[in-house]
Ligand binder design. Structure first.
Ligand SMILES: [Mn+2]
Length: 408
């Protein structure tokens, strides 16, 4: 500090003027010395404790207090040291956040210095979400990514029976004595019933979407059955019915995949949809091709087979092989599975009503359909309830009950 050499008397004048006025300009006017000279002597006096506690200089702080006492311990003088404040206010570097603070304390416990440790800040969640969103902007998945469910029971398998939906069937309630039925009613009713049956079935790790035929009412635009040529009451065009069935299958399998960890999807042909079934299989295979939790069976075999621990499960539409013959077909087609299992179930549809026949220890089921009755069946006086079902199997203990959603 380059100070003009002033003697102690002059310095004392400056100090007294400061104490009296408290501004550098006033001190300069009172003493005749330059303002900058006055300021420097006042700052030095403050640092030496000659100014007392008040006023504390702008940009200064009290750094030390020393009390001098006489022989009786009575304070006679007090030195208050002021020190220039440290640099300006601390500014957090851009993108950083404070990781920790440590402090240096003086003998009185006052903070003399602080170390503020910073690190690069974590990205706010909104920003992360935006980056992910931008990365996937031009990506269209084959099927929605569905988070694998937790708390599944690895020892259980649930088979959802999808048979005889007859999408596209038209029924005029006044004629049939039952409910009206068309493409939009079917779309809504079956969608709701599937949502409910999936919700009420156990949370098995394994699931089968077991398509057992006649999901479509007509197999082409002729609106007749393939073999017998029966004329069918069809609501609107074949392409529209096929699209609706595909939408329902995409939606149904999405729901199953969000509930069960490992899902097998299979479609067996019925007498109403033999050719369309081939296309539905391919649509589902393409839809789920990138999801390792879903496998779509594209086999043209009209029979379905699945061994799950002690259970052997078979499935077919039921229009060709007859119910009493199914157990022997199972035994012959699946010799090793037959020998290794002790509970055997065969699921079928086609006749639209519930039957259970136990043949040679094999339970052979025919299941109800969710569809309303059409004019042909109503005029023949066929009566059956409507529902959608699922069956659950335990890997070591056999069948463990079924769930059913009835439609009225
Ligand atoms: Mn049928």
């Amino acid at each position: 500090m380059n100070l003009p050499a002033l003697d102690e008397t002059e310095i004392q004048k400056i100090i007294e003027a400061w104490k009296a006025t408290g501004t550098y300009t006033a001190v300069s006017n009172a003493t005749g010395y330059a303002r900058s000279t006055c300021k420097k002597y006042i700052e030095r006096a403050a640092a030496e404790g000659k100014l007392g506690t008040s006023p504390v200089l702008p940009g200064f702080r009290i750094s030390k207090t020393t009390t001098v006492t006489d022989e009786y311990g009575v304070p006679v003088r007090e030195f208050i040291q002021q020190k220039p404040d440290a640099g300006g206010a601390f500014t957090l570097p851009e993108g950083h956040q404070i990781k920790g603070v440590s402090a240096l304390l003086d003998a009185q416990g006052n903070v003399s210095a602080q170390w503020v440790k910073t690190r690069e800040g974590e990205r706010p969640p909104e920003e992360t979400a935006e980056i992910i969103r931008a990365a996937f902007e031009n990506f269209t998945p084959a099927a929605p990514a569905i988070i694998p469910p937790k708390d599944n029971d690895d020892d259980r398998l649930t088979a959802y029976i999808l048979c005889d939906w007859h999408i596209g069937l038209f029924a005029y309630g006044k004629e049939t004595g039952g409910p009206d039925w068309d493409l939009s009613i079917a779309r809504k009713t079956i969608s709701d019933a599937m949502a409910e049956i999936i919700e009420t079935s156990p949370p098995s790790s394994h699931a089968i979407v077991l398509g057992l035929g006649d999901l479509l009412h007509a197999d082409n635009g002729r609106n007749q059955t393939e073999r017998s040529g029966n004329v069918l009451d069809v609501d609107t065009r074949y392409s529209k019915c096929l699209e609706t069935v595909c939408d329902l299958m995409a939606e149904t399998t999405e729901r199953v995949v969000s509930k069960h960890r490992l899902v097998e999807v299979t479609f067996k042909p019925g007498n109403h949809d033999e050719n369309s079934t081939t296309g539905i299989r391919q649509a589902l295979r393409m839809y789920w091709r990138n999801n390792g939790r879903v496998s779509v069976d594209t086999s043209p075999d009209p029979f379905y087979w699945r061994r799950f621990g002690v259970n052997l499960i078979g499935g077919t539409h039921g229009d060709k092989a007859k119910i009493p013959d199914l157990p022997m077909i199972m035994a012959n087609r699946r010799k090793e599975d037959w020998a290794a299992t002790s509970t055997r179930h065969f699921h079928s549809g086609h006749i639209h009503h519930d039957t259970l026949r136990e043949v040679g220890g094999v339970s052979v089921f025919s299941h109800r359909a969710p569809v309303a009755q059409d004019a042909y069946h109503a005029s023949h006086g066929y009566l059956s309830g409507r529902s959608i079902k699922s069956y659950t199997y335990h890997i070591e203990k056999g069948a463990r009950g079924h769930s059913e959603v009835e439609l009225v």
